[in-house]
Design a protein around this ligand. Structure first.
Ligand SMILES: NC(=O)c1ccc[n+]([C@@H]2O[C@H](COP(=O)([O-])OP(=O)(O)OC[C@H]3O[C@@H](n4cnc5c(N)ncnc54)[C@H](O)[C@@H]3O)[C@@H](O)[C@H]2O)c1
Ligand SMILES: CC(C)(O)[C@@H](O)C(=O)O
Ligand SMILES: [Mg+2]
Ligand SMILES: [Mg+2]
Length: 347
């Protein structure tokens, strides 16, 4: 573990330098890694591990996604199987179905978890909310998680570009005495940048907060609010969208990603800097109570309850799609579509 100072707080993290890919390959040399589910994380993690030289198979029920796995080079009967067969063959079971679907499949997975096998998650959800999910692993298997901090789509894209998303890792149960090393090896194998340690409860609590907050929920809320105010005051969709979204994603966020907020500010006018430095505080004060409400709703398990109830309905995909279509069809995101089509690299 390397000790790194994060803004005055020292943390132990695992870097690729200290735990190189060769070591990860050695640790997992005798394992068959069965990736169960080929939705968003499934492809990213399985393809990265395959390209990193691990022994990986995929378990996916037949249908459109199974065909996508074939298109990605997984071979039926060799590296691609029905879920039950992959569970049988795998020694490390990567449970990468949607969190709600994990509940339904758990009895099947549990039956396949013979002593000595490992159960791998990418979220603390299933076992943390065991009263709601029924996911209680047998005591003679290792249980750990590696949670990439980003979409499986980015996990794969960054890997292909020679970059990496950071991931957290956590141990829930160490039956073999080797769970920690295995978890870290898996984290390196899926293409993580660096790995930071957490526990299942903290992972699920921070993750549910983040995606409902700044990463996804809050950002759409704040975009919509500013766009609406600009439009209500007579600004065109072009002007409102560019001033709300396009400039942020194309110009300013890449600068923040590269060198931090102050550096992005410093690369804008002093007029902009003065205004931003004055206005971030009112935005902070206005939104902090909402973040507190959100965190409490996660902590009380209300968010887990909603997620399970809503995403377990037979038509949950169709219902999500209706709400996504509402976003997509809104004037702001339709304006965005037009703006994207005008980017020079697209013409
Ligand atoms: N999406 C991400 O990028 C992301 C990022 C970090 C962590 N995670 C976590 O990774 C895990 C997998 O998430 P995901 O977003 O990749 O999942 P997903 O929603 O894309 O679903 C994965 C697979 O589940 C299958 N599935 C759904 N219902 C099923 C059922 N009843 N029986 C059998 N198969 C079924 C689908 O065919 C699909 O292949 C979750 O724990 C999630 O919280 C996801
Ligand atoms: C990609 C996210 C938002 O980080 C993940 O947590 C998820 O649930 O998809
Ligand atoms: Mg999440
Ligand atoms: Mg997340």
């Amino acid at each position: 573990m390397a000790t790194i100072n994060f803004g005055g707080v020292e943390e132990q993290v695992v870097t690729r330098e200290e735990f190189p890919l060769e070591k990860a390959r050695e640790v997992l040399a005798n394992e068959t890694i069965a990736v169960i589910g080929y939705g968003v994380q499934g492809p990213g993690q399985s393809l990265n591990m395959r390209d990193n030289g691990f022994n990986v198979i995929v378990g996916q029920r037949k249908g459109k996604t199974y065909d996508k796995a074939i298109a990605d080079g997984w071979v039926p009967g060799e590296t691609l199987f029905e879920i039950e067969e992959a569970l049988e063959k795998g020694t490390i079971i990567c449970f990468l179905l949607s969190d709600a679907a994990q509940i339904e499949l758990w009895p099947t997975v549990k039956a396949a978890l013979k002593p000595g096998k490992s159960l791998y998650f990418s979220h603390g959800f299933g076992v943390t909310y065991k009263e709601k999910t029924g996911i209680v692993p047998p005591t003679d298997v290792d249980v750990f998680l590696v949670a990439p901090k980003g979409s499986g789509t980015s996990l794969r894209r960054l890997f292909v570009e020679g970059k990496g998303l950071n991931s957290s890792f956590a141990i829930y149960q160490d039956a073999s005495g080797n769970a920690r090393t295995k978890a870290i090896a898996m984290g390196i194998g899926v293409g993580s940048g660096y790995l930071f340690e957490t526990d299942f409860y903290k992972e699920v609590t921070s993750d549910l907060t983040g995606e409902r907050g700044t990463l996804m929920g809050a950002i759409q809320g704040i975009f919509a609010a500013q766009y609406e105010v600009l439009r209500a005051n007579g600004h065109s969709p072009s002007e409102a969208f560019n001033e709300t979204v396009e400039e942020l994603t194309q110009s300013l966020m890449p600068l923040v990603a590269e060198n931090g907020m102050d550096w992005m500010y410093a690369n804008c006018s002093t007029t902009a800097q003065r205004g931003a430095l004055d206005w971030w505080k009112p935005f902070h004060d206005a939104t902090k109570p909402v973040f507190e409400k959100l965190y409490n709703s996660v902590k009380s398990q209300e968010q887990a309850e909603i997620s399970i109830t809503r995403n377990s309905q037979p038509d949950y995909r169709e219902k999500l799609e209706i709400e996504l279509a509402e976003l997509r069809d809104s004037e702001m995101w339709q304006a965005g579509k037009a703006v994207r089509s005008l980017r020079p690299e697209r013409s």
